[in-house]
Design a binder for this molecule. Structure first.
Ligand code: FPP
Length: 283
């Protein structure tokens, strides 16, 4: 947080936004559906791939701001299991951009103590892409600042299927198949994101009200923030606004206020309006 203020020119809008953010109530994990690259390009009469290229600058600024804010985890939806359906040229451009980003940004990730991780069905990646990704993950593995999760060839349903199959395979190996029982903890700790807290804040750019198969299990209690801003235009200001909006939310986790601990242990519901309850009493 201090690092963020040092990077902002005093007196500008970002300075005011950053001052308004409560450093004690930052989201630990922010996840982002980076949408709107195609529309950004179309509005400028450019090919779609120009939108993806422009999206790289927004990735860079978002990663830097999250690191300076002192967030623990940032997860970016870079390529979904469904994105293979796009034209070949667009798919190839997305892989080229990922490799470009890894090469270009590695020194910056190191400088800012950022640990890169990748989640998704990575075995389907072309060998060259996989090699470069693994090398960047390995090179940053000792960093202790922000964890940057790139969701690549990722699908939320595919992730749950993979987690359950991994548990079944392990149980078969250990001869525990007969007694195996699934519970929420077992599934959570078998997901690609096992080492991360669940997202507190899910941001989607470009206005669509969809989850698009992203982190389906993990976003159970995430606060959703949808902005009309198209991804290539998503700036530090937009991110700070999203964090401020998040801090205004009352997170109830199905309970009454504040935190999971505040939920009544026996699950009994209460109404804030006693006359309403009274009106329901059978005569
Ligand atoms: C959705 O916009 C965006 C994507 C499918 C890809 C996102 C990729 C990047 C921002 C660049 C590479 C990322 C990294 C992390 C190196 P869209 O094409 O669906 O936009 P539209 O809905 O307006 O058509």
């Amino acid at each position: 947080m201090k690092a963020l203020l040092e990077a902002i020119e005093a007196g500008c809008e970002d300075w005011d936004l950053a001052q308004a953010i409560d450093p004690a109530r930052l989201p630990e994990h922010v996840a982002i559906i980076m949408d709107g690259n195609g529309r950004w390009a179309r509005r400028r009469r450019l090919p779609r791939i120009a939108g993806h290229q422009a999206g790289i600058a927004a990735v860079r600024s978002t990663v830097e701001t999250c690191a300076r804010l002192g967030l623990k985890v940032l997860t970016l939806y870079a390529f979904s299991v469904e994105n293979w359906k796009r034209p070949r040229v667009e798919v190839e451009t997305l892989w080229r951009l990922l490799r470009y980003y890894l090469r270009q940004e590695l020194p910056e990730l190191q400088k800012n103590d950022i640990r890169l991780q990748a989640i998704g069905r990575l075995d389907a990646l072309a060998p060259q892409v996989r090699r470069e990704l693994d090398a960047a993950v390995e090179a940053t593995s000792a960093n202790r600042g922000l964890v940057l999760n790139l969701a690549i060839n990722y699908g939320g349903r595919a992730e749950i299927v993979d987690a359950m199959n991994a548990v079944l395979d392990m149980a078969r190996l250990d001869g525990r198949l007969q007694s195996l029982k699934f519970d929420e903890d077992l599934i959570s700790t078998s997901l690609y994101t096992a080492s991360c807290p669940d997202p507190d804040l899910l941001i989607r750019t470009s206005g669509e009200m969809r989850i698009s198969n992203f982190l389906l299990w993990q976003i159970a209690y995430a606060e959703l923030y949808v902005t009309e801003t198209l991804w290539p235009d998503f700036s530090r200001t937009d991110l700070l606004r999203a964090v401020l909006e998040y801090q205004k939310r009352d997170r109830r986790y199905g309970g009454l206020s504040g935190s999971p601990d505040a939920a009544p242990i026996n699950g009994s519901a209460q109404s804030g309006d006693p006359s309403f309850v009274e009106a329901l009493r059978p005569s």
